[in-house]
Every structure is written in C-alpha cells, then in structure tokens.
Ligand binder design. Structure first.
Ligand code: AMP
Ligand code: ZN
Length: 135
C-alpha cells in the first residue's frame, strides 16, 4: 500500500535493520525497542491486522517468530520472550500493517504488559464463556 510505513520498509524505500526475509515475511528490529533485540515479524503483503490475514500467512508469521525467539534466547541469553500483536487503535496499534512483536525478556527487567491489571469483570466470566464461544 502506497503510504504505508511498513510497505515502504519492505520495498527498501526506508532503511531498517533486517534480520530475516523470505517470500512471505520480513523481520526487522524495532526502531524504538522496549528491550534489546526487540523484533517485528511483518507479512510482506499489506493487511491491516491479524484479523485480515489469511491463515496461511498467520502461520508463516508465528513460525518465523518462533525462530526469532529461539535465536534471541541463544544469542541474548534472555530468560523468556513475549509475542505481542496489537490489533486496531483501541489495542494500541500505531502502524496499520499487521506485525508481531517478538520481545526478549530478562528476569527483573521491569517491563509490564498485561500483568496485574484488575478489570472488575471476575464475576462475569461465565457470561462471557457463553457469549464468546466460537464453536
Ligand atoms: P504497534 O503499536 O504495534 O503498531 O507498533 C509499531 C511499532 O513499530 C513500534 O514499536 C515502533 O517503534 C515501530 N516502528 C515505527 N517506525 C519504525 C521504523 N521505521 N522501523 C522500525 N520500527 C518502527
Ligand atoms: Zn503496508
């Protein structure tokens, strides 16, 4: 897509630190890393979110993310890895081209994503089990 930042990176119109590329995905380092080695796995075709992605491309993305995570564990000696995907603005998506964050984690690195949030919806879990059943 013409004015998309990540499409421009994929077409090499904008420089980036690419660590992997094949016909389906490209992986480059986040320009504003939340931890060392923070990488983004990006499908080459433009789709706005994971909800638009064909399942086959979603599989490519997660398979490559796993390889990136294994490399981060080995080379950075991190103790764990977060996969994070923001879908739509309400979920914090800033770049409207689907991408999966692969973030190395270290004991006591003090990053906080979803831990410890209190929603107050604990009593309604049964209601949502019925409403959100996808079978
Ligand atoms: P999100 O909020 O999930 O849309 O995340 C977008 C991510 O893209 C952020 O973590 C940004 O730091 C990152 N980002 C923005 N511009 C660039 C760029 N030119 N190269 C690499 N990463 C970028
Ligand atoms: Zn794009």
């Amino acid at each position: 897509m013409k004015d998309c930042l990540f499409c421009k990176i994929i077409k090499k119109e904008i420089p980036s630190e690419i660590i992997y590329e094949d016909e389906a995905v490209v992986v480059f380092l986040d320009i504003n890393p939340v931890n060392k080695g923070h990488a983004l796995v990006v499908p080459k075709k433009h789709f706005e979110t994971s909800l638009d992605l064909p399942d086959s491309i979603l599989c490519d993305v997660i398979q490559i993310a796993k390889r990136v995570a294994m490399k981060q564990m080995k080379e950075l000696k991190c103790g764990g890895v977060n996969y994070i995907m923001n879908n739509f603005k309400a979920a914090g998506q800033e770049v409207p081209h689907a991408h999966l964050h692969v973030i190395p984690r270290f004991d006591e690195d003090d990053l906080v994503f979803l831990q410890g949030n209190k929603s107050g919806y604990e009593d309604d879990i049964g209601e949502f089990r019925e409403k959100l059943n996808i079978v």
